[in-house]
Design a protein. Structure first.
Length: 510
């Protein structure tokens, strides 16, 4: 079973000497009281990647390492700034299947092979506080790298790793960095030892090619291309978290699918729809598969809260037990559906298409236009669609038809909001203001939709309870509460819409 930890570290170029006499005195920096020698370690690691180095190009690494205190398989995934998530699996001859699956969003299923062997002599010292607690680990590494690629070479270097101890203040790294900088100790800008080794032994293998047909800087196409690339990368980064059931990961991945899908639809004047429409269809499929698990999370939280908040005398029959049984069954089914989707050839094909979209966006002639002219027109069109749907929804009497109309207006609100988010880097405050105001419409209509869905599930639970000879009173009570909640949101929606669609917003869309 793989285990995970977060590591935060910085690397520095170091002179090729056997001691640390060159290292500045760090005693007295922040709470550092002393330097403790932890001895020497001999490490031997083989790094795996695809033939075209897809892991390295996405700042991820996979290695099999022997020696030291943590021998085994290590998959490192980038986080923010100096932090990475390291997922460890026990030492084995072959790549653990769990780690192989966690690389799939980056490799697209292309086989992994050995690319570099690193043998490292590591001298470890801890910077500790007055109580002897470790604050930072200093590792002086003498590295010998051998490329395992065709016509690869050999290189050696020495580097200093400064790794923050668990629970230590991240600001300590900045203070140490300042001291090292004053003494001329420079940062190693390579994201990993693997990247350093590849740059030295096979520089032609790891160089990204310039995208073909890129939009001119400052154009609408350039801004849109950057946004799409960021969203595609976000989906790739979320994949391992979804597979490992990290909290909120399914929700974030589903939202990313919607961002991409909504942006591709809204900006069809800028992007060739013959290319983007098939991608949109597959993003809809993926969001739907993820939706089973995510929608259940939201619904279960809503129903469980409703049960907990009822006085005990209103809980007639095994209400909590039936709800738990329903939760277990639906949660398991949703998890299976998510994993089946992520492990399917259809998903791998979608990743290929998204990679191509990110590298070579199918830009049309209007992509060369000025962002304000092109993007404001798109936002105005999306606003018009939302306005028509909202007017229809608010004119209908309460009932199923109005429920459906509000849900359709909610979808239009999301599309406008996503289009505004894509335009924000180019348009600034106006786009941010539009997204903020439309978010309120989306939230109220979303709460209304959640209530409608909850009523349907409560009715099914009530029928099941009735068939089993259990009282249906509590289920009916909860159903009535949800009906009142949806009516409340219906009354709130006109006010929220007026606030969102005032004159200043319409002016911003001209």
């Amino acid at each position: 079973m793989a285990q995970s930890k977060i590591e935060t570290e910085r690397k520095y170029m170091a002179p090729a000497v056997d001691d640390v006499s060159w290292l500045p005195d760090l005693i007295g920096v922040d709470r550092v009281e002393s330097l403790v020698d932890r001895g020497i370690q001999e490490l031997d690691a083989v790094y795996y990647d695809t033939a075209d180095l897809r892991l390295n190009r996405s700042s991820a690494t996979l290695r099999r390492r022997t020696g030291g205190t943590d021998a085994g398989w290590h998959l490192k995934l980038p986080l923010v700034d100096d932090s990475r998530e390291e997922i460890q699996a026990p030492l084995a001859e072959e790549i653990p299947e769990e780690l192989r699956e966690l690389t799939l969003s980056r490799t697209h299923g292309v086989p992994l092979r050995p690319v570099v062997r690193l043998r490292t002599t590591r001298s470890v010292r801890d910077l500790v506080d007055a109580d002897g607690g470790a604050l930072v680990e200093l590792s002086l590494d003498t590295v010998r790298a051998d490329s395992l690629l065709r016509e690869g070479g050999h290189t050696e270097w020495t580097e200093l790793e400064v790794e923050l101890a668990e629970g230590a203040d991240p600001a300590l790294l900045n203070r140490i960095d300042k001291v090292l900088g004053k003494k001329g100790v420079a940062r190693d800008r390579s994201p990993s030892k693997l990247a350093h080794a590849l740059a030295e032994t096979a520089p032609h293998e790891g160089v990204d090619r310039e995208p073909q047909g890129a939009a001119a800087p400052g154009s609408a196409g350039a801004y849109l291309s950057g946004y799409l690339a960021d969203e595609v990368q976000a989906l790739v980064d979320l994949d391992p978290a979804v597979r490992r059931s990290t909290p909120d990961a399914v929700h974030q991945m589903r939202v990313t699918c919607r961002h991409l899908r909504g942006t591709l639809r809204a900006y069809r004047a800028v992007l060739d729809r013959e290319v983007t429409e098939p991608i949109r269809a597959e993003l809809k499929w993926l969001a739907g598969e993820l939706g089973a698990e995510r929608d259940h999370e939201v619904l279960n939280d809503r129903l469980s809260t409703g049960v907990r908040e009822l006085p005990g005398e209103l809980l007639l029959g095994p209400v909590a037990a039936r709800l738990r049984a329903w939760d277990v069954a639906q949660r398991a089914a949703g998890r299976r559906r998510t994993l089946d989707a992520l492990n399917s050839p259809r998903y791998t094909t979608l990743l290929d298409r998204l990679g191509e979209l990110s590298a070579r966006p199918p830009l049309r002639a209007k992509a060369a236009g000025k962002p304000k002219k092109v993007m404001v027109k798109v936002l105005g069109k999306e606003y018009g669609r939302l306005q028509r749907r909202m007017v229809l929804a608010l004119e209908l009497p309460s009932g199923p038809d109005r429920d459906t109309a509000i849900h359709q207006a909610r979808k239009a609100a999301k599309r406008l909001r996503y289009a505004a988010q894509a335009a924000r880097p180019a348009l600034g405050k106006p786009a941010r203001r539009i997204a903020k105001r439309i978010k309120a419409v989306q939230q109220v209509s979303g709460d209304h939709h959640d209530s409608v869905v909850a009523r349907g599930v409560l009715r099914r639970l009530a029928v099941a309870a009735h068939v089993a000879g259990e009282p249906g009173f509590t289920w009916g009570l909860l159903h009535g509460q949800e009906r009142a909640a949806s009516r409340s949101k219906e009354k709130e929606l006109p006010l929220v819409w007026r606030q969102a669609s005032d004159r200043r917003l319409r002016k911003a869309l001209r």
